[in-house]
Write a protein that binds this ligand. Structure first.
Ligand SMILES: Nc1ncnc2c1ncn2[C@@H]1O[C@H](COS(=O)(=O)NC(=O)[C@@H](N)CO)[C@@H](O)[C@H]1O
Length: 423
C-alpha cells in the first residue's frame, strides 16, 4: 500500500507503476473517492460543531425558543448520521482500491508484462557435462526408491509426494542446515504456523489479488499460507518498535501450501511444483531508508547464494521485470538453479525489497533516533525450499550408475562415510 499523501503528490509515478506492472486500477477513481471522503468528513465535522453550538446556547435562550433550537440540533444530527453512512461506504471503497495500488518499481527493473522480460544479472558455477545420458530427478528417485510419487496420488491427489529413506532424512537435514546458516548470519530462527487469518494475507500482499491460489478453511475463518512471509509480516503488526531494536531479522521455518491454481499443466512431473512443501525464509524489518534496504537486499542474496555454492549447484541471478515482480515489490531478484534434465535454469529463490508497502498494510512502525514514528521497511528472500531444491541437487550430482555423489557440505550433513551416497 502507498500513502494517500504520496499518491496525491506523485500521481504520475503511481500511474507509471500501474502501467509497468499491468495493474487494473484507475487513479482518477481512487483520487475522486479520496476527495469525496475528505469532503464528507469536513461536512460531518461542521454539522457536529453546529449541533454542539446549538446545544451550548440551549441554557441561555428563552423557553419558547428551545423547541426550535432542539429541532435544528436534531436536524443537524440526522444529517450527520446520513453523511456518516455514506462516508463509511466511500471509505470502504477507497480502502479496497488502496490495497491494489502497486509499489513503485526501482528504475533498474526491466519494463515488461511478464517473466520473458527478466534479465540475467550473473551466472555462477559450472554447468556439469555428463559423459553419460543423465537421468531426471524422477528417474533417479524411482531407481533408488527415494520417494513415492504414485501411490500417494490416491491418498492426496496430484502434486503431492512422499520422500523416503535417506532423501526424507536429507530434506529434514537440509532445512536444519539452512536454518543454522541463516542463524549464523545473525537471524533469529523462528518456526511459524501456516494457518493465518485473512488480515495477515492482506498485510503481506497475497490478498486481495491471489485468493484463488490459497487454501481456505472457512469453518475456522483461516487460510493456509504458501510462505512464512505471511506470518512474519504480521508478527509485529500494530506495534511501534523502538528504533534500536531494528533490524528485526527472522529465519522463518514453515510448511507451505499452494493451490497452484494458475499452473495447470506446468511442472506436473516430480517435485518442482507441489501443493505442500517446506521452506526456510529470510525476513527483515529495517529502517525506512532506501540505502539500508538495498544493503539488506544484497545480504539476503549473498546468504542464499552462499548455500547454493555450498551445495555446488550452478545458478543465475535474475533481475525481475516490472510485470513479473508483483504488486508490492520495489525490486525482486530471483535465483534460478541449473536443472540438467530440462537444460535450463529454474527458480529456486526469490529475493524482494518492498520498502514500506507491506509495513503500511500491516501497520508496522518504529520510532527513529529523531523521535519520529515512521512505517518500517520489510524484505524477504528464500533461504531454502524443499523439495524443489532437491531437483537440481540430485540431478547435478548424479553419477553414471544412477547414484548421487553429494557435495562435501551434504556429506558432512548426512554423515556419509563415503562420497558415494547410495540408498
Ligand atoms: N508449488 C511449489 N512447489 C515447490 N516449491 C515451491 C512452490 N512454490 C514456491 N516454491 C519454492 O519457494 C520459493 C519461494 O517462493 S516465492 O513465491 O517465489 N517467494 C516467496 O515465497 C518469498 N516469501 C521468498 O521465499 C520458490 O523460489 C520455490 O523454490
Amino acid at each position: 500500500m502507498l500513502g494517500l499523501d504520496f499518491i496525491r503528490a506523485e500521481r504520475a509515478a503511481v500511474e507509471k507503476a500501474i502501467e509497468a506492472k499491468a495493474v487494473d486500477l484507475n487513479v482518477d477513481e481512487l483520487l475522486s473517492l479520496d476527495a469525496e471522503v475528505r469532503r464528507l468528513k469536513t461536512e460531518i465535522e461542521a454539522l457536529r460543531a453546529q449541533r454542539n453550538t446549538i446545544s451550548a446556547r440551549f441554557k441561555d435562550v428563552a423557553p419558547d425558543e428551545r423547541a426550535e433550537l432542539g429541532r435544528q440540533a436534531k436536524e443537524a444530527g440526522a444529517r450527520a448520521g446520513e453523511l456518516e453512512s455514506e462516508l463509511g461506504e466511500k471509505d470502504g471503497a477507497l480502502k479496497s482500491l488502496l490495497m491494489r495500488v502497486p509499489n513503485i518499481p526501482w528504475d533498474g527493473a526491466p519494463i515488461g508484462p511478464d517473466e520473458t522480460f527478466n534479465t540475467v544479472v550473473r551466472q555462477e558455477g559450472v554447468v556439469p557435462k555428463f559423459d553419460f545420458e543423465p537421468l531426471d530427478h524422477v528417474a533417479l528417485i524411482e531407481q533408488n526408491d527415494w520417494a513415492d510419487l504414485s501411490r500417494i496420488v490416491q491418498v492426496s491427489g496430484s502434486r503431492q509426494y512422499c520422500l523416503k529413506g535417506r532423501l526424507a532424512l536429507l530434506e529434514t537435514k537440509l532445512m536444519g542446515w539452512a536454518l543454522e546458516r541463516i542463524t549464523e548470519g545473525g537471524f533469529t530462527p523462528i518456526t511459524v504456523p501456516s494457518m493465518a487469518r485473512e488480515q495477515a494475507f492482506l498485510n503481506q500482499g497475497q490478498f486481495p489479488g491471489h485468493k484463488e491460489e490459497t487454501y481456505e478453511m472457512p469453518a475456522d475463518e483461516q487460510w493456509l499460507a504458501g510462505t512464512a512471509e505471511v506470518a512474519l509480516t504480521s508478527l509485529h503488526s500494530g506495534e511501534i518498535i523502538e528504533g534500536d531494536k531494528l533490524p528485526i531479522l527472522y529465519a522463518g521455518y514453515s510448511p507451505c501450501f499452494r493451490r497452484e491454481a494458475g499452473s495447470a499443466g506446468k511442472d506436473v512431473r516430480g517435485l518442482l511444483r507441489v501443493h505442500q512443501f517446506v521452506k526456510v525464509e529470510q525476513y527483515v524489518v529495517c529502517d525506512a531508508d532506501d540505502a539500508v534496504s538495498a544493503g539488506w537486499h544484497a545480504r539476503l542474496l549473498e546468504l542464499a547464494e552462499g548455500m547454493l555454492q555450498a551445495l555446488e549447484i550452478p545458478y543465475q541471478v535474475i533481475e525481475t521485470s516490472t510485470g513479473d515482480m508483483g504488486l508490492g515489490k520495489f525490486r525482486m531478484n530471483d535465483i534460478e538453479s541449473w536443472v540438467p534434465s530440462l537444460g535450463k535454469y529454474r527458480e529456486t529463490h526469490s529475493c524482494s525489497t518492498l520498502h514500506d508497502w507491506q509495513a503500511r498494510r500491516a501497520n508496522i512502525r518504529y520510532r527513529g533516533s529523531d523521535g519520529k514514528v515512521r512505517f518500517a521497511h520489510t524484505l524477504n528472500n528464500t533461504a531454502l525450499a524443499s523439495p524443489r531444491i532437491l531437483v537440481p541437487l540430485l540431478e547435478n550430482h548424479q553419477t553414471a550408475d544412477g547414484r548421487v555423489k553429494l557435495p562435501k557440505a551434504m556429506q558432512e550433513l548426512i554423515g556419509a562415510s563415503t562420497s558415494e551416497v547410495r540408498w
